[in-house]
Design a protein around this ligand. Structure first.
Ligand SMILES: Cc1cc2nc3c(=O)[nH]c(=O)nc-3n(C[C@H](O)[C@H](O)[C@H](O)COP(=O)(O)OP(=O)(O)OC[C@H]3O[C@@H](n4cnc5c(N)ncnc54)[C@H](O)[C@@H]3O)c2cc1C
Length: 510
């Protein structure tokens, strides 16, 4: 399709790059402006001690045959540029409980996943079958989740919304409705750090989407996630577009009910037919004259609570010392802690952790590195909220050191000899995450959805400004699948949902 329309995108992270690539492919003239010196947002990697680490994309999925991301990336012509390693079929996630030293290896595929649960909980067989059935039913309610266009999915409505009773139940209410067995309840919910789950608030559909996504296709990038950012960027530049790093948007000038132009860090005024913002809506509001937006709209969006953040520990191993494992490892001391990783004191933190050895090659025997993620609330670092990177002071450095030691002690409960394998360590706090992504309160997954008040957290891709669309994790769903699906939702406002899905689904069987 040939257009002569121009698009300016604020933010060169996952959402901005997917929108930019799709619209470039559809003939629009795209310019992306990214504040950071490198593009990628959650796909960005950094290097320490000769080793690269991913910042925000450790578990990926939907790249398996027929998977939604495989289809989208094939349509964009970049699938063959990506190196993906599926996590082990027999165990893509391992859930380890300290109190009884019990380990639950979870295999891929709905049938094998259910069988593994039944083997551990034979008396719960029927309940497990019902749980799996309902979990998948929830996912089927959202056609866009599987890129289905049998019924036309209207872009302007809410394509991520279902209407069954289970869809908007709380995740805790949903899981608990199938079983009274506390151990099984904990096992079914253990992956909740992947979506910042809150037992009584997170809607069950988010749990269902993320669970199915992992059960069917959990995988990792070999050599890191930057390859996807670079491949998306090439789609844009090959079509004549611009991807400008280190040139963030500083101001947005409004004229009447539309954006007149944006001002980038280099001082240039940039005009486009359409603008797409992929950044946190609260960060967006700080760029414009807020009085030009309806106060109630601004205040509602600004008041949506955010998901929790994390303390990230990055380990570089001495060569040939620490065995590589091809799954995501979750650990907590006790079954009762499943929903309480964000409830702690200075002494009881961290309640649990998630760790992984990201693959450097497709055939690693020993791991070169490990990433460790421990849930942390922004409140824990609030006293340093007005500081900037490298200038946070001695008390903050001492705090970081203490957290690092506490996380390492927890890790030793899983791998008692791990310290002898470590060459160097690095860490990031919620402040690092906030400042790096310009993400309010360093929220891992953006705004929080609350099933008790879905209207509060609903943010439409359309805005009160005629030529401004929104995209990114704060709109529908976070992560490697949620954000590209939202990019489709955003782009469909311009090219049409049915048209776009038809084009993407030409690659259904690849
Ligand atoms: C520690 C951590 C671990 C995670 N692990 C996983 C995982 O394993 N799997 C998974 O699927 N998801 C994971 N996520 C979530 C995932 O990273 C996000 O959902 C995803 O990156 C969100 O995409 P986005 O486009 O909304 O935002 P981003 O990818 O953050 O992109 C926003 C971009 O906008 C830029 N920006 C901000 N302000 C401006 C401005 N004024 N001008 C220009 N540019 C600006 C930012 O620099 C950034 O590059 C993780 C997140 C974190 C924090």
């Amino acid at each position: 399709m040939e257009h002569n329309q121009s698009i300016a995108i604020i933010g060169g992270g996952v959402g901005g790059l997917f929108c930019g690539a799709i619209l470039s492919k559809e003939g629009y003239r795209v310019s992306i402006f990214e504040q950071h010196y490198k593009i990628g947002g959650g796909l960005h990697q950094f290097r320490r001690d000769g080793v690269t680490f991913e910042t925000g994309m450790h578990v990926v999925g939907a790249f398996q045959q027929g998977g939604a991301l495989r289809r989208i990336c094939s349509y964009l012509g970049i699938m063959d540029q990506l190196e993906i390693l599926p996590e082990d079929d027999s165990c893509y996630e391992l859930f380890h409980i300290g109190c009884d030293q019990k380990k639950y290896p979870m295999p891929k595929g709905a049938k094998r996943f259910a069988e593994a649960l039944c083997a551990e909980f034979p008396e719960e067989k029927e309940n497990i079958a019902r749980y799996m059935q309902e979990l998948y039913k929830i996912c089927d309610e959202v056609k866009l989740y599987s890129l289905e266009n049998t019924e036309v999915v209207e872009a302007s409505t809410m394509p991520f919304m279902g209407n069954s009773e289970n869809f908007l139940k709380s995740v805790g209410g949903f899981i608990n409705s199938f079983t009274k067995n506390e151990r099984l309840r904990a096992v079914l919910a253990f992956g909740n750090p992947l979506y910042a789950g809150e037992q009584h608030k997170t809607p069950a559909y988010i749990h269902a989407f993320i669970s199915k996504f992992c059960i069917e296709g959990a995988s990792r990038f070999v050599g890191g996630s930057q390859q996807l950012a670079d491949a998306l960027s090439r789609v844009i530049t090959d079509a004549g577009g611009i991807v400008a790093a280190a040139n963030g948007v500083r101001r947005i000038e409004i004229e009447g009910k539309s954006i007149d132009h944006i001002v980038t860090a280099d001082g240039a005024k940039r005009r486009a037919d359409w603008y797409i913002s992929s950044i946190h809506p609260s960060s967006l509001f700080r760029l414009l004259d807020a009085s030009k937006l309806q106060r109630s709209y601004r205040e509602r969006i600004d008041s949506i609570p955010n998901t929790y953040s994390a303390f990230m520990l990055y380990l570089v191993f001495k060569p040939g010392t620490f065995p590589f494992f091809n799954y995501t490892y979750y650990y907590q001391d006790d079954y009762s802690m499943t929903w309480e990783h964000d409830v702690y004191t200075a002494d009881t933190w961290p309640k649990g952790l998630m760790c992984a050895t990201p693959p450097a090659t497709a055939h690693d025997v020993f791991a070169e590195k490990m990433i460790v993620s421990c849930i942390m609330n922004f409140e824990t670092v609030r006293q340093w909220e007005h500081t900037t990177t490298g200038k946070r002071g001695a008390a903050y450095l001492a705090f970081k050191q203490r957290c690092e030691q506490q996380a390492l002690c927890k890790l030793e409960q899983i791998f008692p000899h791990i310290r002898t394998c470590i060459k160097s360590t690095y860490c990031a706090t919620p402040l690092t995450i906030r400042d790096y992504y310009n993400q309010k309160e360093g929220a891992m997954y953006g705004v929080k959805n609350d099933c008790n008040n879905m209207a509060l957290s609903h943010i439409s891709v359309r805005t009160k400004l005629k030529n401004l669309l929104l995209t990114g994790q704060n709109i529908n769903l976070h992560g490697i699948l949620g954000v590209p699906l939202t990019a489709i939702h955003t782009c469909a406002e311009l090219v049409g949902m049915e048209y776009l899905l038809n084009k993407i689904n030409k690659y259904k069987d690849i």
